[in-house]
Design a protein around this ligand. Structure first.
Ligand code: AMP
Length: 307
């Protein structure tokens, strides 16, 4: 079992009401890889510039992430994103996006990455996501995430890419934007008509909802007293969800999907407690399982006696 992920590998500048970081390791593929690495083998695909040093590689390798398909573009600069959050931490305001080495990146996946059973197309240009989908012939299940930036600038390409995946992760505002449908249930149905079998609507501090052909499941977020920086919440959610799904054999039955949602939310709850991936790097599988169990108990009414 293994997961291949393509997406941004980045340096981020982040400001929240609780502090700021001028330049930290970020990127959708980075957050995803670290979170998924608690469940399965992960291979990350994407370009970096020569400002990406040993310290950055070490963060990934310490969690056992395979970095063979990270391509170094000499003389290039790593993807850079600057964002800011106000007191409502649910939506990031993008201050700057510099694609840099992603500008003319042509993915060439190694055999190991092509043969992974599960593929995640993390947030990046949808043409690139599609090229990777086509190369990953071994993938039995493919997931995809995107954002308003790509919905606005590359909608047609994104819709084509969505047609090639099984599970779509988007936040509820993005689902409405993509489908021009204000009702979330109808929006999810419309996106399923584009191809995916499962839609996960992320709702920030309110949790997430899952739609599939025959299941609906909504989960609140884990109740946290301290939220410092939501960056990476979506990707760590997808990492926990798909990492678990891969380890559980990739069946899309309702029980597995419910557990995947709970693991996804558990990982995201740790991620937002500190800046970027700072909390995720110190995390242990024991801490994850302990919070998962607590989460399971507080979100089910099955153990409550009927009146
Ligand atoms: P999220 O999990 O949704 O909070 O994603 C956070 C990560 O997305 C950050 O670490 C950024 O580096 C990355 N990011 C921001 N904008 C883009 C973009 N347009 N394309 C790809 N990745 C991005």
């Amino acid at each position: 079992m293994s997961v291949t992920v393509v997406g941004s590998i980045a340096f981020d500048a982040i400001k929240t009401p609780f502090g700021e970081r001028e330049r930290i390791l970020g990127g959708a593929a980075t957050h995803f890889s670290l979170a998924a690495s608690f469940f399965t083998d992960v291979r990350v695909v994407g370009p970096v510039g020569d400002d990406f040093g040993e310290a950055e590689y070490a963060v990934l390798r310490e969690r056992g992430v395979n970095t063979d398909d990270i391509e170094l573009v000499e003389g290039g600069q790593t993807f850079f994103w600057a964002g800011e959050y106000e007191y409502d931490l649910n939506s990031a305001k993008t201050l700057d996006t510099q694609l840099n080495v992603f500008g003319d990146f042509q993915p060439k996946l190694s055999e190991g990455s092509r043969n992974a059973e599960l593929l995640f197309l993390a947030n990046i240009q949808p043409d690139l996501q599609r090229e990777v989908r086509e190369q990953c012939t071994g993938a039995q299940v493919a997931g995809l995430d995107s954002m308003n930036f790509w919905i606005e600038s590359t909608r047609d390409s994104l819709v084509r890419t969505i047609g090639m995946v099984d599970i779509l992760f988007l936040n509820d505002a993005e689902l409405r934007m993509l489908t021009e449908e204000p009702n979330l249930v109808r929006a999810a149905r419309k996106v399923m008509e584009m191809g995916p079998r499962v839609i996960v609507a992320k709702q920030g501090e309110y949790g997430a909802a899952l739609f599939s052909e025959d299941a609906f499941f909504a989960l609140p977020a884990f109740p946290l007293e301290t939220v410092i920086d939501p960056t990476g919440a979506g990707d760590s959610f997808a990492g926990g969800f798909l990492g678990y799904l891969d380890s559980a054999g990739r069946s899309l039955d309702e029980g597995t999907l419910r557990r995947a949602m709970t693991y996804g939310s558990t990982l995201a709850s740790f991620w937002v407690e500190e800046f970027g991936s700072e909390r995720g790097r110190r995390l242990t599988r024991e801490e994850i399982d302990e919070r998962y169990e607590l989460f399971r108990r507080i979100t089910t009414i099955e153990s409550v006696p009927t009146a």
